[in-house]
Write a protein that binds this ligand. Structure first.
Ligand SMILES: [Zn+2]
Length: 312
C-alpha cells in the first residue's frame, strides 16, 4: 500500500489580507514573520486547516460533525470524516483524554516576497447612522494589504486515514487498525485533494476577493512516509524559482515515489528555465546541455491532482 501523499504549491495573490495579526481596534494588520530581519506575511497552519475543513464541507454530503457547546467533536472516525481527517482531543470518562492526531498535516502558508516591498495600507470607514439615511461620518479603520507569492503544503498519512494505532499488550507491538474499507479511504483522500482546488473561505472575502489556489504545484505518491517534497519550491526576491533545488528534491523523492509537476504561466520570472529542468534539460547560450532535465511532463496544477487520485 502507498504510505504517503505530499503536495506543495505556490499561489500568487493580488492585494489581500488573508490572516490578521493581533492588531488594534482601528488597525488590521497582516500576520508576519521575520527571516534575516525582513518581514514576510503568512497564514497560520490553523487558519489553513479551517480553510480545508470549509472546502471539504462544501464539496461533500458525507457526515462532518459540528462541535458541541464545549467545542468537542463526536470522535467517531468511521462515521465522521471531520474527526477522521482533522483529529480531536476529547476528555475521557475518569481521567486523561482521547487524542487523535490528524492524518492530514497542513503547513502554514508562507509569503516568499518581502511584505514591505509588496504592500499598502488601505482604510475603510465604519459608517454610523443617526437615523435611517442620515450619515454622520464614522471611524476610520486602516487595513494592511499585500500582494505576494505564498508557499503551502500538505502531507497525508495514508495508513492513518480511517485508521488508528492500537497497542497489542500481549505481543508488545503497535499496529494500525482500519475502521473503513479501501474505497472509503480513497474517497476521503480524494476529498482532501479536491479541497486544494476549492479553497475559498478565507477571511475578509467580501471586500478582498482572492484566489488562493495553486499556480505551481508538485505532488508525490510515496511508498515511504516523508515530508521531503515540502522543500521543492523556493523563489528569490526576483521571482526566480530555484531550479537546482527543485531538481534535487524531486530526484530525491522519486527514489520512493511518483512525482508530478504542474504550472500555469506568468507566475515565476524564469519560467523557461523551469520548463527545461522539468522536461529535457537546461542549455546554455551556446546550446550546450548544462543540466539534464527530469524528463517529466508539465501539467496544470489541476491535472496533477487528478493524476494523484488515479494512482491511489
Ligand atoms: Zn466528528
Amino acid at each position: 500500500m502507498k504510505k504517503g501523499i505530499n503536495v506543495v504549491w505556490l499561489s500568487e495573490v493580488d492585494l489581500t489580507n488573508l490572516n490578521s495579526g493581533e492588531g488594534e481596534s482601528n488597525y488590521i494588520d497582516v500576520k508576519k514573520y521575520k527571516k534575516d530581519r525582513v518581514e514576510y506575511p503568512y497564514v497560520s497552519g490553523q487558519a489553513m486547516r479551517h480553510y480545508f475543513r470549509d472546502a471539504i464541507r462544501r464539496t461533500t454530503d458525507k457526515y462532518i460533525c459540528v462541535p458541541d457547546d464545549k467545542g468537542e467533536t463526536c470522535g467517531d472516525i468511521e462515521k465522521c470524516i471531520g474527526c477522521d481527517l482533522f483529529g480531536f482531543m476529547l476528555p475521557k470518562k475518569g481521567s486523561g483524554s482521547s487524542v487523535r492526531v490528524s492524518p492530514l498535516k497542513v503547513s502554514p502558508a508562507i509569503g516568499l516576497l518581502s511584505f514591505e516591498d509588496n504592500s499598502t495600507v488601505d482604510f475603510l470607514t465604519r459608517s454610523k447612522y443617526k437615523e435611517i439615511g442620515e450619515k454622520t461620518g464614522g471611524d476610520i479603520v486602516n487595513v494592511e494589504l499585500g500582494t505576494n507569492i505564498y508557499k503551502c503544503g500538505i502531507s497525508i498519512d495514508i495508513e492513518r486515514i480511517g485508521g488508528e494505532e492500537v497497542i497489542d499488550d500481549k505481543e508488545r507491538k503497535l499496529s494500525i487498525e482500519c475502521g473503513v474499507d479501501e474505497n472509503e479511504r480513497k474517497e476521503r483522500i480524494k476529498l482532501i485533494l479536491d479541497a486544494i482546488r476549492y479553497l475559498s473561505d478565507y477571511s475578509k472575502q467580501s471586500r478582498l476577493l482572492t484566489d488562493f489556489t495553486p499556480d505551481i504545484l508538485v505532488a508525490s505518491v510515496q511508498n515511504r512516509y516523508s515530508h521531503r517534497l515540502q522543500k521543492a519550491l523556493e523563489i528569490d526576491e526576483n521571482r526566480n524559482l530555484n531550479v537546482n533545488r527543485l531538481k534535487e528534491i524531486l530526484e530525491d523523492v522519486m527514489e520512493y515515489g511518483e512525482v508530478y509537476f504542474g504550472m500555469i504561466s506568468g507566475v515565476v520570472a524564469n519560467e523557461e528555465e523551469v520548463r527545461a529542468i522539468i522536461g529535457d534539460g537546461l542549455l546554455n547560450i551556446d546550446g550546450e546541455m548544462i543540466s539534464i532535465g527530469l524528463g517529466m511532463e508539465i501539467l496544470t496544477p489541476n491535472k496533477v491532482l487528478k493524476k494523484v487520485m488515479e494512482k491511489l
